[in-house]
Design a protein around this ligand. Structure first.
Ligand code: COA
Ligand code: AMP
Length: 635
C-alpha cells in the first residue's frame, strides 16, 4: 500500500482520530473536549471547547521556537521596484503594534475589519493583527469596485476598513480610497474609520475625522510602547469571512474558523505540498482570493515557512521571466499559480528562453489550481521544468485541496487533466440529478459526504439558511460542490466545469447572474443573458447578449459600450466583460427559460443538439449571425 492509500485508509477508519493527531502540530491554549462534535453547528464542528489564537501560531510561536531571524515574508514588487525581507521577529513587532492600534480604535473580539488592499506587507499585517485580537477579517480583492465593496460592508458590518492609497496595475494606478469612500456612501452600514497606508506612488486625501494614516498611528503606538497580545478564541470562532460569487449579485460570506483551519493548513503544507518549515513557499495569487488567504498568508506562516508576497504579474513586469527571477532570487522550493498565468507566460515565451535564463534548481514542484488545468499547459510546463506539475482542485468554500496529488505523502502518477485523487477528509461521490450514484466514469454532480473536514466552511456568515439551501439541500447528507465531473477506474478525479452560473475568468471566480443583474439595470435593456465562453488565455471570458426595450432609439453600439462600462464600474475591472451584443430576442424554452447552454455552445463554435423544448429554433440562427457580425467588427 502506498503512503497516500495508507493515509486515506487511516482517515476512513478513524476520521476523528486522524484529525486529532494532525492537531498536535498546533499550539492550543486549552485543548478540545472532543475533536469533532456532530451535534454542533449545521453539520458538526471541529475542535469545540478548544481555545487558541491563529496569529500566535503563525507568528509568536515561531519566534519563541528560535525562528525570529528567519524571513517570514519576502515582499517582491516589480511594479514599484521594491524588495523587502521581513523576519518573524519584525513581523511580530509590526503585528502586535498594529493590533494595539486596532484595539485603540475599538476593535475587539468578534468585531469585523474589512481589508481592501493591494499586495503589500501591511495587508498581511492587518490580517494577522485582526486575528490577534480575536476579531474577524474580510479581505476584499482590489479588482472589485465600490458597489461590490458596499455589499460586503453591509453584510459584514465592519467596525473599520483598512486600505491603502493605491494599488498598482501595469497600465495604471488604482486609487483605493475614493472607491472605499464611494462604497461607504452606498452602504447602509457606516464603519467608524478608515485606516490608510499611504504609498508614495499616489497619496490619498484623507478625510479629517474619518480617515487615519497607518504610519502615523503605528509610530504613535510605538512611541507610547503600545503593543497587544494574542486574545484566545474558541477554535470554532470565525477567523475570517471571505466573500465569493454565488448565483446572484449578492456574494456569499464564506466563514473560516480558527482551529480546524490551522490544523488543515498545517497538514496540507506537509502532506499535499511536501514543504518543510524554513523553506520558501510562493503562491503567486492575491490575498483577495482564497489561494492568497490559505497559501500566501496562513499556510506558510503556520508552518514556519517563508512566504513570498509578489506584487506584479506573470508577464509584463517586466517580461515573461518575472516568475523565474523570483524563484531563483528567493530560492523558492515550490510555486503555486493559476494555469492562466502559465498560459500567459507560454504565449510570450513558448520555447522557454526566459526559463533557461534562471537557475530554477531549487524549485521541486509547480502547483496549479483555481481553474481547470488543460493538459496542453501541463505538458508544456512539465517539458520546460522537468519537475512534477501538480494540478489540484479546491474552492473558497473548502479552503484547501479537495483533490490533489499529495507529493508530501508520495507523488502519484500524473494524469494530465486530472487533479488526481481525493484528500483525506473528503469522501467524494458523483451523483446524477436525482441523487443516485452514477456508473463509473460517467459525468455527474460532484458531492462530498458530510461532515466536511477541518478547514472547510462550517456555514455562511449570519446565514445558516442560505448555507443549507445553497449547498446541502439538493443532495441530503452531502455537500454540493457545484462542479461537474467524473471519477475514473483508478479513482482519479476529473473536474470538468460548474453546474451553476459561475464562470472562471483568469482564475477569478465570477457570477454571470451577478453580471446580468448589472446589465439589466441599464435603462434601455429589456432582458439579457451573460455566458462564459472559452478563451485560450483566460480559460473563460464573459459574453453578454442584450435585448433592447421596444421603442428605444439609442444607438445599439453606444448601448453596448455603456453596458460594458456599467459592469466595470459596478463589479470592477476584474469582471472582464468586454463584449456584449444586441440581439432581437433570446432563445427560450416554451416555458420561458433562457437557453444559456445552447448559446454557450454556439459561441464556443461547438455542435449542439436543438433543445426539444425550444420555443422558436430560428432564434439560434439569429444569435449565431449576431455573433459573427460582432466578432467581424471587433476585428
Ligand atoms: N486591482 C485593480 N484592478 C485589477 C486588479 C487589482 N488587484 N487585478 C486585476 N485588475 C484589473 C486588470 O488591470 C484588468 O484591467 P483592464 O481591463 O483595465 O486591463 C482587469 O482587472 C482584468 O484583469 P485580469 O483578468 O487579471 O487580466 P490581465 O489582462 O490584467 O492579466 C493575467 C492577465 C493572465 C496575466 C492575469 O489574469 C493573471 O495573472 N492571472 C492569474 C490569476 C490568479 O493568480 N488567480 C488567483 C487564483 S489562484
Ligand atoms: P474559487 O472558489 O475561486 O477557488 O473557485 C473554485 C472553482 O474553481 C471550483 O468550484 C472549480 O469550478 C474551479 N477550480 C478550481 N480549481 C480547479 C481545478 N484544479 N480543476 C478544475 N476546476 C477548478
Amino acid at each position: 500500500m502506498g503512503k497516500y492509500a495508507e493515509a486515506y485508509a487511516r482517515w476512513q477508519e478513524d476520521p476523528i482520530g486522524f484529525w486529532a493527531e494532525a492537531a498536535t502540530a498546533i499550539e492550543w491554549d486549552v485543548p478540545w473536549r472532543a475533536a469533532f462534535n456532530p451535534d454542533k453547528g449545521v453539520y458538526g464542528r471541529w475542535f469545540p471547547g478548544a481555545l487558541c489564537n491563529t496569529c500566535y501560531n503563525a507568528v509568536d510561536r515561531h519566534v519563541a521556537a528560535g525562528r525570529g531571524d528567519q524571513a517570514a515574508i519576502i515582499y517582491d514588487s516589480p511594479v514599484t521596484g521594491t524588495k523587502r525581507r521581513i523576519s518573524y521577529l519584525e513581523l511580530l513587532d509590526e503585528v502586535s503594534t498594529f493590533a494595539a492600534v486596532l484595539s485603540d480604535q475599538g476593535v475587539g473580539k468578534g468585531d469585523r475589519v474589512i481589508i481592501y488592499m493591494p499586495m503589500i506587507p501591511e495587508a498581511l499585517v492587518a490580517m494577522l493583527a485582526t486575528a490577534r485580537l480575536g476579531a474577524i477579517h474580510s479581505v476584499v480583492f482590489g479588482g472589485f469596485a465600490a458597489h461590490e465593496l458596499a455589499s460586503r460592508i453591509d453584510d459584514a458590518t465592519p467596525r473599520l476598513i483598512v486600505t491603502a492609497s493605491c494599488g498598482i496595475e501595469p497600465s495604471r494606478t488604482v486609487a483605493y480610497l475614493p472607491l472605499a469612500s464611494a462604497a461607504i456612501d452606498q452602504a447602509e452600514h457606516k464603519p467608524d474609520r478608515i485606516i490608510v497606508v499611504q504609498r508614495e506612488q499616489h497619496l490619498a486625501d484623507l478625510e479629517p475625522g474619518r480617515d487615519l494614516d497607518y504610519a502615523e498611528l503605528m509610530s504613535a503606538a510605538r512611541d507610547a510602547g503600545h503593543s497587544h497580545d494574542c486574545v484566545p478564541v474558541d477554535a470554532t470562532d470565525p477567523l475570517y469571512i471571505l466573500y465569493t460569487s454565488g448565483t446572484t449579485g449578492q456574494p456569499k460570506g464564506i466563514v473560516r474558523d480558527n482551529g480546524g483551519h490551522m490544523v488543515a493548513l498545517d497538514w496540507s503544507m506537509t502532506n499535499v505540498y511536501g514543504i518543510e518549515p524554513g523553506e520558501v513557499f510562493w503562491a503567486a495569487s492575491d490575498i483577495g482570493w482564497v489561494v492568497g488567504h490559505s497559501y500566501i498568508v496562513y499556510g506558510p506562516l503556520l508552518h514556519g515557512c517563508t512566504t513570498v508576497l509578489y506584487e506584479g504579474k506573470p508577464v509584463g513586469t517586466p517580461d515573461a521571466g518575472a516568475f523565474w527571477r523570483v524563484v531563483e532570487e528567493h530560492d523558492v522550493a515550490a510555486l503555486f499559480t493559476a494555469p492562466t498565468a502559465l498560459r500567459a507566460i507560454k504565449k510570450e515565451d513558448p520555447d522557454g528562453g526566459f526559463i533557461r535564463k534562471y537557475d530554477l534548481s531549487g524549485m521541486r514542484t509547480l502547483f496549479l489550481a483555481g481553474e481547470r488545468a488543460d493538459p496542453e499547459t501541463i505538458r508544456w510546463a512539465e517539458e520546460q521544468f522537468g519537475i512534477p506539475v501538480i494540478d489540484h482542485w479546491w474552492q473558497t468554500e473548502t479552503g484547501w485541496a479537495i483533490g490533489a496529488n499529495p507529493v508530501g505523502l508520495e507523488t502519484l502518477p500524473v494524469k494530465r487533466g486530472s487533479p488526481t485523487v481525493a484528500m483525506p477528509g473528503y469522501d467524494i461521490r458523483v451523483l446524477d440529478d436525482a441523487g443516485h450514484p452514477v456508473e463509473g466514469g460517467q459525468l455527474g454532480n460532484i458531492v462530498v459526504k458530510l461532515p466536511l473536514p477541518p478547514g472547510a466552511f462550517p456555514t455562511l456568515w449570519n446565514n445558516d439558511e442560505r448555507f443549507q439551501s445553497n449547498y446541502l439541500a439538493e443532495f441530503p447528507g452531502y455537500y454540493q460542490t457545484a462542479d461537474a465531473g467524473y471519477i475514473d477506474s483508478d479513482r482519479y478525479l476529473f473536474i470538468m466545469g460548474r453546474t451553476d452560473d459561475i464562470i472562471n475568468v483568469a482564475g477569478h471566480r465570477l457570477s454571470t447572474g451577478g453580471m446580468e443583474e448589472v446589465v439589466a439595470s441599464h435603462p434601455d435593456v429589456a432582458e439579457c443573458a451573460v455566458i462564459g465562453v472559452a478563451d485560450s488565455l483566460k480559460g473563460q471570458v464573459p459574453l453578454g447578449f442584450l435585448v433592447l426595450k421596444a421603442g428605444t432609439d439609442g444607438d445599439p453600439a453606444t448601448i453596448e459600450r455603456e453596458v460594458v462600462g456599467l459592469v466595470r464600474e459596478q463589479i470592477g475591472p476584474v469582471a472582464a466583460l468586454k463584449t456584449v451584443v444586441v440581439v432581437a430576442r433570446l432563445p427560450k424554452t416554451r416555458s420561458g427559460k433562457i437557453l444559456r447552454g445552447t448559446m454557450n455552445k454556439i459561441a464556443d463554435g461547438e455542435s449542439y443538439r436543438m433543445p426539444a423544448t425550444i420555443d422558436d429554433p430560428a432564434v439560434l440562427d439569429e444569435i449565431a449571425e449576431a455573433l459573427r457580425r460582432r466578432l467581424k467588427t471587433a476585428g
